[in-house]
Design a protein around this ligand. Structure first.
Ligand code: DER
Length: 232
């Protein structure tokens, strides 16, 4: 309950502060964004706003549609005014781990096309270093054929263990919206995350990583005491 309320607090603050009339808004994936889309739909109706929404996953597309908002394709709407998304963890430099929901690749594309990228999260994500609270590792999207070589390359270069993400309600590995597999790299020491991101991204077979470096402009944390903490 406290966590859900905190997600809602962050989502409402971000939508109320950043969304204006006649904007194209990038919509992230996960559970916190659900509160943001509901608030956005409320405002569109109440203020008769003209808003176009760019999804970052099948989940986001469904969420936009089910809330009566307009889904548009990034091919036609490259000028994204603001992208709003969740995060699995945020460090003191606003580096993010994302991809807990497996949608990191399209999320990063939309975030990178947006004039401003705003993150919404509950207090559990508010860390000073990555790995402090989030223990499920850094997701890496790989083409299916390459998951073993990439896993071995990450482990030999950076240690830890990079394991194929298996589906729960379907036999076999999780398959992303892009038809790829996911590795979850459970690292066991601090790293220079920008350098790690670049190195992993260059490994043959890697599509993208769940490290969002120098992308987030501002993070809204919903706190347990009912306040909203903003980090820029
Ligand atoms: O998978 C993702 O990238 C999600 O955005 C994740 O980072 C946040 O999901 P949550 O809002 O359900 O915690």
């Amino acid at each position: 309950k406290a966590v859900e309320d905190a997600k809602k607090l962050a989502a409402y603050a971000a939508v109320d502060y950043h969304v204006k009339d006649n904007q194209t808004v990038g919509i992230g994936s996960g559970s916190t964004i659900i509160h943001a889309v509901k608030r956005l739909a409320e405002r569109v109706k109440a203020e008769n706003l003209n808003i176009l929404c760019v999804p970052t996953s099948s989940q986001a597309r469904q969420l936009i549609h089910d809330n009566g908002l307009t889904v548009v394709d990034i091919k036609r709407h490259l000028e994204i005014d603001v992208a709003i998304d969740g995060a699995d963890e945020v460090d003191s430099e606003l580096n993010l781990i994302k991809g807990g929901g497996g949608c990191l690749t399209q999320e990063k594309i939309v975030a990178s096309c947006a004039k401003s990228f705003i993150v919404i999260a509950d207090y559990r994500k508010d860390s000073s270093a990555l790995g402090e609270q989030w223990k499920k590792g850094i997701p890496v999207e790989v083409i299916p054929m390459a998951y073993v070589p990439v896993s071995r390359a990450i482990q030999s270069q950076f240690g830890g263990s990079a394991d194929l993400r298996m589906a729960v309600s379907k036999a076999g590995p999780v398959v992303t919206d892009n038809g790829n597999f996911l590795l979850d790299w459970r690292f066991d020491q601090e790293h220079n995350w920008s350098a790690v991101n670049t190195t992993i991204k260059m490994m043959p077979g890697v599509v993208d990583t769940g490290l969002f470096i120098n992308l987030a402009e501002r993070v809204y944390f919903g706190m347990e005491d009912g306040t909203v903490k903003i980090r820029d």
